[in-house]
Write a protein that binds this ligand. Structure first.
Ligand SMILES: NC(=O)c1ccc[n+]([C@@H]2O[C@H](COP(=O)([O-])OP(=O)(O)OC[C@H]3O[C@@H](n4cnc5c(N)ncnc54)[C@H](OP(=O)(O)O)[C@@H]3O)[C@@H](O)[C@H]2O)c1
Length: 252
């Protein structure tokens, strides 16, 4: 497929690499900051323009990987008639694209993507949706070339999965950051916790999380909980988080 990518951030870059690697023809990168567009265009060996330039209208597919807010602000230059235009956001309806084309949809990668990670991720879960049968078929065929893990999800299902994704990824990472800060201040090595972090995640391949609960809260071990809270007294943010999650575990 001939593809134009709008955006030059993390998703544009990671999907751009995947698209190129799977034999598609990337024609152009369109992005607000010319320098970022140029960097990605050089890597993907294609043309580029910033927001003042002309968009190549000869592509089959336009992949819009902008921030959620910018997605809804595409101007007249993006009137693409019958072309298939898709965005990559979890929490934005496909309808945000309805004024620029007859065929629109979503290809949402349910994975955390960072352009600095040069390793090509295989089989990223891709959630797809489109407003027309023709658009859906074209998008499904395209998505199948990028991953063996393609699923259909409408706006509502995608939004629900995005909420769950925030819980399992962003929230746990926030806890890792708190723990790392605590370890650093208390001069113990956060890296020693890495095998525990990995083991906890890996178990979920085989067991439901509810069966894998462990620790002082589920055991209702009040003595240990009190010792922990005593140590956390100088760290009010961590103290409050510890209390809230302990309460949630004890009452679940
Ligand atoms: N990263 C992930 O792990 C991930 C996973 C799944 C879905 N998504 C979704 O994919 C979309 C893109 O995410 P991302 O991580 O690639 O974001 P990003 O790395 O922050 O890149 C955002 C892109 O949007 C452009 N942009 C920002 N504000 C703009 C504006 N007001 N007008 C025009 N362009 C603007 C940026 O241009 P400049 O270069 O000029 O800043 C950049 O090209 C989002 O909807 C996000 O929710 C992200």
């Amino acid at each position: 497929m001939k593809v134009v990518i709008v955006g030059a951030g993390n998703v544009a870059t990671v999907l751009g690499r995947l698209i190129k690697n799977n034999g598609h023809d990337i024609l152009q990168i369109v992005s607000r900051t010319a320098n970022n567009a140029a960097i990605l265009a050089e890597e993907l060996n294609c043309a580029f323009t910033d927001n003042s330039g002309v968009i190549d209208k000869s592509a089959d597919l336009y992949l819009v990987a902008l921030t959620d807010t910018a997605m809804g602000q595409l101007d007249d230059r993006y009137h693409l008639g019958d072309k298939l235009v898709i965005h990559t956001a979890g929490s934005v309806s496909k309808e945000v694209l309805k004024n620029i084309t007859h065929h629109y949809g979503v290809l949402y990668p349910l994975q955390s993507l960072r352009k600095q990670n040069m390793e090509l991720q295989q089989n990223i879960p891709l959630l797809i949706d489109a407003n027309t049968e023709e658009g859906f078929t074209a998008l499904k065929n395209f998505a199948d070339t990028l991953s063996a893990n393609v699923t259909t999800a409408n706006d509502e299902q995608r939004l629900k999965l995005h909420v769950a994704a925030v819980l399992v990824s962003n929230f746990t990472n926030h806890l890792y950051a708190m723990a790392a800060d605590y370890c650093s201040k208390e001069e113990v090595d956060f890296k020693l916790l890495q095998p525990l972090i990995e083991e906890t995640a890996l178990r979920l391949r085989h067991y439901p999380p509810i069966e894998m609960r462990t620790g002082p809260a589920i055991r209702k071990d009040i003595e240990t909980l009190q010792k922990h809270l005593q140590l956390l007294a100088p760290y009010p943010a961590i103290y409050n988080m510890y209390l809230k999650i302990t309460d949630s575990i004890m009452n679940s």
